[in-house]
Structures are given as C-alpha cells and as structure tokens.
Ligand binder design. Structure first.
Ligand SMILES: Cc1ncc(COP(=O)(O)O)c(C=O)c1O
Length: 409
C-alpha cells in the first residue's frame, strides 16, 4: 500500500517496545487503541530522563533543577498549543478528557440558570454525559440529545431543531469511540454560535488520528487525553478560547493557581495556571511533549491517510464474514470498528481473540445510552493505530472464524 510505504509501518512499530512481545505464544496484535495507545520508546525515555536528571517541582524553586523542570513543563504547553493551533495561555493541563469535561461542567455551570438547556448527541461517551447530568440536577437545567441518522451520522437537521436561544452549551464527541462517526464540528459550531451557545468538542478519539486546528473548528473548548495519543496516562488537555477562560471561575483551588492569598480572600494567577492547582503531573507533561514530537515526526496527515486506508480494508474484511454486523457509517469514518458476532457474547469473543494474541475490547465502551439505542448490550471493538497492518486485520478475521468454530455458530 502506498501509505504503508510512506509511513514505514514496520519501522514505526519497532519504536514501540511492548509490541514485540508474544501473548499466549502468539505475536501481540494490539487493537485496543481507542482505550489507550502504546508508548514509543521516546516517550518512555523522556519520562525516565526527567526522573533521572532534573526531577524537581515547577514554578517554585530558583535553583537549576527546578528551572529545568519548569522549562520542560512550560515547553510541553507550548508544544500542545502548536499541535492544535492554539496559543500557550489557552492550553490547560488536566488529568484527562474526563477531568477537562468536569472542569467545564463545574466552571461553566456556575453561570447557568434553571431552565437553561445543554445539547449533547446520542453517541456520547459517559464522560460527556454524566458531568452534564449532575450539573442539570444541581441547577435545574434541561438536557437534550441530537439524534443519529439511520446510517449513524449526526443528524444536523435535528441539531438545527433542538439548538435554540435557550441552549447555553452544545458538547459533542469529535469522533465516536463506538461507531467511528466523525461529527461535523464546523457546522455544529456555527449552529451553536448562531444561537448564542458555547460549543465544546470531546476530542479524545480525534486528536490521535487526524490533524486538529481548534481555530478552524471554531470550538470554544476542546478536551483530550495524553494516553490515547501515545503519551502517558494521568495527563490531558483542556483548550479554551482565552477570553472565555479569563471570565471563568477556577475549578480547583490551592497552590500555584493564585496570585495573592490573604486571610479573607485570594486572587487568581494568569492563564493557564489559574486552572492548574497544586503540583502538576510534571513527568507526564514531559512524556506528552515527547509524544507530540513523535507524532509530528510521523506527520498527522500521513497518520490520517494510512488509517483511513486500513479502516476501509478492515471494514470490508469484517463485513464479509458470516454472522458479523459492523456498526457505524460505511464511508469516511474514524479508525474504530465495533461489531457483533451472532451467537457469541462480546466478552467471550474478546477472551477467545486474546488466546490468538489479539487484544480487542468487548463491552459497552462507556456508551450505555448508545447501546440501548442500538438495542444491544455491547460490541467487540477493534480500534486501529498507524502501527497496525493489513496482516493484523487478517489475523483478526481468522481468529473470529476460529471463535465461531469453537462456539459452533
Ligand atoms: C470519546 C471519548 N471521550 C472521553 C473519553 C474519556 O477519556 P479519559 O478516560 O482519558 O478521561 C474517552 C475514553 O475512552 C472517549 O473515547
């Protein structure tokens, strides 16, 4: 394949030490990248170097080690900003997408009034549902959900119907972790803004797979996780437009996020530190910067093109198997393939595939409302990365056939 040559996939794969291992005596085929991606050597080494050579707290010490740690920590914000087309002040480090969305629900929630409406879609991950549900309960707000079309796209006509001047927030997943649906975020931003609402994008499943420019999308906020983009766990990002972040209340209070503290009151630090209370995840920020360097080296356009080709191949291959139903849009889609196997529960399928060295996820994928809508309790999900190959997909297909033989279906 042309993109495979462009990417030198086998060479890239060798950058990930974990992928060289065997599982149950079979070479590991890792297809659970939607849950978390593996880490290239460069990320692991960057974090090791931090602990070996310049571990110190940031923003506090005037000595050399602390200056080095502070520089690396701030440099990581700069790299993230550049990676998504934002400015330095607009990039807040959190624990992950979940915390970024909770921060928004808390902080934006302070400005909402009973009867105000929040609009989500039917395919959201729990982390873009539950924080808004809790807020709605506390403040007497109304939650609405944009429907999916029969071919699993976001129904823009329905969005235009339910987003009204009563809507204060529209929050959507850029790429579905179950269906692979890519939300038309630019159109949704326009619909939200035309009605005076803020537009939030959950980019957990898009940032690792396509070039992102938050200004082109014109979203007000954008949330994502380091561990799904080849970086470490424990670090994520909230991008917000500067003028909005400046007006918002902090979410967590304590050290680092203050300018002055008096016995009676306090004032807040400049952006982005106003939203980063306490000692941050410094090693993880260093690892995230290394992941961004790595991805930039590979090239996000190449990643997108290669994965589109691989996803189309996997979609066609899996759809051709008997008893398999692949869910989600048929054309352009994210690199996630959820499917059901007639007569085999997703958990049993995942266990049998594991015996063949294939790591996939089976279950509801933190999208129980969507599962209910689809009339199922779960799916098997293969989620791809640029280090996966056509051979990996062939092995997956062969292992599914073997599982069907075991079950006699
Ligand atoms: C679409 C989507 N949003 C949010 C999340 C939550 O990410 P995290 O667990 O890293 O906070 C996930 C994780 O699977 C996801 O797929």
């Amino acid at each position: 394949m042309i993109f495979q040559q462009t990417l030198h996939v086998e060479q890239l794969k060798s950058d990930f030490p974990i992928l060289a291992q065997q599982v149950h005596g079979k070479p590991l085929v890792y297809l659970d990248n939607g849950a978390t991606t593996q880490k290239p050597r460069r990320v692991i080494e960057a974090m090791n170097t931090y602990y070996h050579e310049y571990n110190a707290n940031v923003h506090r010490g005037l000595y050399n080690l602390s200056a080095q740690a502070t520089h690396a920590y701030e440099e990581s914000h700069r790299k993230v900003a550049e990676f998504i087309g934002a400015s330095f002040e607009e990039v807040i480090f959190t624990k992950g997408t979940t915390e970024s969305l909770n921060l928004l629900a808390y902080s934006l929630g302070n400005t909402l009034q009973p009867g105000d409406e929040i609009v989500l879609t039917q395919l959201e991950h729990h982390s873009n549902i539950v924080p808004w549900q809790q807020l709605a309960k506390r403040k007497g707000l109304v939650l609405k959900y944009i429907k999916l079309t029969p071919d699993f796209h976001i129904d823009l006509a329905h969005a235009r119907e339910i987003v009204t001047p009563r809507t204060k927030i529209v929050s959507v997943a850029h790429a579905s972790n179950v269906l692979g649906t890519i939300a038309p975020v630019k159109e949704l931003a326009r619909i939200a803004h035309d009605n005076g609402a803020l537009f939030i994008v959950d980019g957990a499943q898009s940032v690792p797979h396509m070039p992102i420019n938050v200004r082109e999308i014109d979203c007000d906020f954008f949330a994502f996780s380091g561990h799904k983009m080849y970086g470490p766990t424990g670090i994520g990002v909230l991008y917000g437009k500067r003028h909005l972040l400046e007006r918002m209340d902090p979410f967590l209070f304590g050290g680092d996020m203050i300018r002055e503290v008096h016995f009676t009151h306090s004032t807040w630090n400049d952006l982005p530190w106003k939203f980063e209370a306490g000692t941050p995840n410094i090693a993880e920020a260093v690892g995230l910067a290394a992941a961004i360097d790595y991805l930039t080296g590979v090239g996000m356009r190449h990643v997108q093109e290669y994965e589109a080709d691989l996803t189309a191949y996997a979609h066609q291959k899996l759809s051709s198997l008997k008893g398999i139903t692949v869910l989600g849009p048929k054309g352009a889609r994210g690199s996630v393939l959820s499917f059901t196997i007639d007569g085999i529960h997703p958990h049993d399928a995942s266990t049998l595939l594991d015996r063949e060295g294939i790591a996939v996820r089976g279950g509801h994928h933190c999208a129980m409302p969507l599962m209910g809508l689809l009339g199922i309790t779960g799916t098997v999900r293969a989620s791809l990365s640029f280090y996966n190959t056509h051979e990996d997909i062939d092995k997956l297909a062969a292992a599914i056939i073997k599982a069907q033989e075991v079950f006699g279906v």
